[in-house]
Design a protein around this ligand. Structure first.
Ligand code: MF3
Ligand code: CO
Length: 294
């Protein structure tokens, strides 16, 4: 088995950069992780554990990220194009000194993702998508500030939305809240995933399997891949300093999806039924989680 933690001499400086001796800093922490690794669990390596300085950088990025979605929330209405949402996110981000993370990311052409009704995720804003009464839309915003990444998404109900679609939006939000309650150190990502998945299934919905959350902070998408269909006690061990997103895509019908052949980005439900998603970003703390974006 791979040892994810190269050994450090007790009196040498700690790997975290605190300047303290290893034995009085992260030695006990490393020993605890190693115990889980020897039991066969997936554990994070040191590169995924954020230092206090890095967490502060991510917090500042998150301020811009939330401001973008607050600005969208103020302005969103029937008759608006998704391009106008993109303009709001771009302007808000840049005016606060940030960079929209999606722009030019692996060729993505816009600053935000806007996914309407049966669009599961990665809808591309443009002048032709006009919001209409009864739509549900996910606006997924990601931000870079000083090299630190933040990421969150919210659902918006446009005008008079059917009770069925409204319930999908509400239950999906509850899924994220229930998942968040399971986040605490020395537990597993599968504990969180199972809470998300069970609530969706109990309400008659399905959860997308192929796309999930992700580690984030120094890059847009870091390890681990965060599943929302896993079982308790499986997937990566959560430890203080691990930073990731909870962002389940919950479908009213089938969990099967397909990708837009023309734009190579947008994901749709296979049966054309609606899908909802909320995304938060958090860092695991000594006692639970600090939510950075929502
Ligand atoms: N914001 C999405 C996520 O939650 C990623 C979008 S990638 C993009 O992971 F290029 F489409 F923006
Ligand atoms: Co994300």
């Amino acid at each position: 088995m791979r040892n994810t933690m190269p050994k450090i001499e007790r009196n040498a400086p700690c790997w975290c950069g605190s300047g303290r001796k290893y034995k009085t800093c992260h030695m006990g922490f490393d020993e605890k992780i190693r115990k889980f690794e020897l039991e066969g669990h997936i554990v994070p390596d040191r590169s995924l554990i954020k230092t206090p300085e890095q967490i502060e950088g991510i917090r500042k990025s998150s301020v811009i990220n939330r401001a973008c979605l607050d600005a969208v929330a103020e302005a969103i209405h029937a008759g608006m194009t998704t391009q106008e949402i993109d303009d709001i996110v771009y302007q808000t981000t840049v005016s606060m000194g940030g960079i929209p993370a999606p722009l030019h990311y692996e060729g993505y052409p816009k600053s935000v993702c806007t996914s309407i009704n049966e669009e599961v995720c990665h809808g591309i804003p443009d002048d032709r998508h006009i919001l209409k009464d009864g739509d549900i839309i996910n606006v997924d915003c990601s931000t870079i500030l000083n090299g630190y990444f933040s990421d969150s998404s919210r659902m918006f109900c446009i005008g008079d939305v059917s009770p069925e679609k409204r319930r999908l939006v509400e239950v999906t939000k509850e899924c994220v809240e229930l998942g968040l309650k399971e986040v605490r150190p020395w537990r597993f990502l599968g504990d969180m995933a199972d809470a998300v998945h069970r609530h969706a299934v109990e309400n008659g919905y399905t959860v997308v399997r192929e796309i999930g959350g992700h580690g984030i902070g120094l890059e847009f998408h870091e390890d681990p891949f965060v599943s929302f269909v896993s079982k308790p006690g499986t997937e990566m061990l959560m430890v203080p300093g691990l930073c990731f997103t909870i962002e389940p895509m919950v479908n009213m019908g089938t969990d099967r999806i397909y990708e837009d052949e023309k734009n190579g980005w947008t994901i749709y439900t296979a049966d054309g039924k609606p899908s909802a998603q909320w995304e938060i970003q958090l860092v695991v703390t000594e006692t639970g989680a600090e939510v950075l974006t929502w």
